[in-house]
Design a protein around this ligand. Structure first.
Ligand code: ZN
Length: 292
């Protein structure tokens, strides 16, 4: 059981004990009730804001460190200028990365997604519209959003990524339920440079990232700005980040490889899966095809 779930259970039982005590000994002072409720709310929300606690789902924030490799991940792309610039730098350093793409940008720049795949990198999903209040959406909407982004990626390059990093990175109970429904493993990060919401200098980025560069790390960077209105610091800082990785005797690998996930499926593999499911369901009359 994750530390977050232990904390949630402990607080829930504590709350139950508090209610029973109040019923037995009489109601406590209003300020005591307010403090207890606020403390409970803070703990419940900490599970949303700090997904690495694993309060509502398993969120992969670090990979096994058995090999001297880490995962570089880029969010909020693709973008026709900044993503190819990142791809060029990765190629110069023979590095591999995983790009968590935004669905509506995939539909706008499918050729950039094809280039990511053609250059040997992996893809993950990062929401169709990249909504800031994504954590409030119902599980059915979350699952539909994940599938919509998967479909966009499949139209662009023929692969269906599995891994999902929620927009903004918050994981509410609803987000967790929706991701489960879409069979999408949730991905977080172990270190980040906060380069997605405003320009950050390469020096500052390196100061934030360098201490976390170790085997199994999942590094969160951006190959595009959320609203495409500035050039993320990662584009300028990436050569220095890659040199720091090399200096530490580490290499880069895709998240799929580090976490041991099944690779993203090609369109043919997906349709053959559907075919297989159709065949297996043929023996079960009345069972819907999409029920598995
Ligand atoms: Zn993002």
């Amino acid at each position: 059981m994750t530390p977050g779930r232990v904390l949630l259970w402990a607080c829930s039982f504590g709350g139950l004990g508090f209610s029973l005590a109040a019923a037995w000994f009489g109601p406590p002072a209003v300020w005591v009730v307010a403090v207890v409720l606020l403390a409970y709310l803070a703990i419940v929300l900490s599970g949303v804001f700090f997904p690495r606690l694993g309060m509502y789902a398993t969120v992969h924030c670090v990979a096994p460190s058995s090999v001297p490799a880490l995962a570089l991940t880029f969010d909020d792309g693709p973008h026709p200028q900044t993503t190819p610039a990142v791809l060029d730098i990765l190629e110069q350093h023979e590095a591999v990365a995983t790009f968590f793409v935004v669905g509506h940008k995939v539909d706008k720049y499918p050729e950039v997604v094809r280039e990511i795949v053609a250059r040997g990198h992996a893809l993950g999903l990062h929401g169709y519209q990249h909504e800031r209040l994504f954590a409030l959406r119902r599980p059915t909407d979350v699952a539909r959003d994940i599938e919509q982004t998967r479909d966009a990626v499949e139209r662009a390059c023929g692969v269906r990524p599995r891994a999902f990093r929620p927009p903004i990175g918050f994981v509410s109970p609803r987000t967790a339920a929706g991701a489960r429904r879409a069979q999408a493993p949730l991905i977080g990060w172990s270190v980040r440079a906060y380069d997605g919401t405003g320009h950050v200098s390469p020096e500052r980025m390196l100061r934030r990232i360098e201490p976390g560069l170790r085997a199994g790390a999942i590094v969160l960077l951006h190959d595009a700005a959320e609203r495409d209105d500035f050039v993320p610091g990662a584009v300028e800082a990436l050569p220095r980040i890659l040199e720091a990785i090399q200096r530490r005797g580490l290499t880069t690998a895709s998240l799929e490889r580090l976490l041991g996930f099944e690779p993203a499926k090609s369109a043919e593999a997906h349709s053959s899966d559907v075919g297989q499911r159709a065949l297996s369901h043929a023996d079960e009359p009345g069972k819907p095809l999409d029920a598995s």
